[in-house]
Design a binder for this molecule. Sequence first.
Ligand SMILES: [Fe+2]
Ligand SMILES: [Fe+2]
Length: 184
Amino acid sequence: MEAITELEKEHRGIEVMLRIIEAVSTRPAHGQEINSEDFNAILEFLSVFVDRCHHGKEEDFLFPALESAGVQRDQGPIGVLLQEHEQGRQLVAELRNGIKNLLSGDKSAAQKIEKAGRDYVALLTSHIDKEENVLFPMAASLLGPDKHEELFEAFEQLEKERIGPGKHEAFHELLHRLEQTYVS
Ligand SMILES: [Fe+2]
Ligand SMILES: [Fe+2]
């Protein structure tokens, strides 16, 4: 079960980031300063920690293991979750574009940043809820201890290859710093 515990811990970190995004993405529309370094750090967290690392563990290892154990992909929970990962990628791209445009002087981008931020927070909140209340309980009942151990090792390997040593800790420090700065 260590593999599932690891995904749940990552969800707790992602939820901290969602609160940060909720606060930060409304700032430009309210005429508040935008710190480009912080925005870039948020975008890096979303594409590396959330997508490449966390969604990678789910898509490359957990979902296929559940599919082999009989959980449906098309017209089933896995298909829905995969579609939501894709929607998340599109919203991060919108956020990235909005920030780029705002920094190059396009004031109308503020509304787009606010909307993309709000949509992303809503999407990920309900996505995490589905995984923890539907999919992870399925993993607990359908996959045996050997499979859980195999997943845990695969997760460790993926992390080493895709984000590199020390980066995970750096992301947690970033969460802490941004939370202190923007979420009261
Ligand atoms: Fe997911
Ligand atoms: Fe997840």
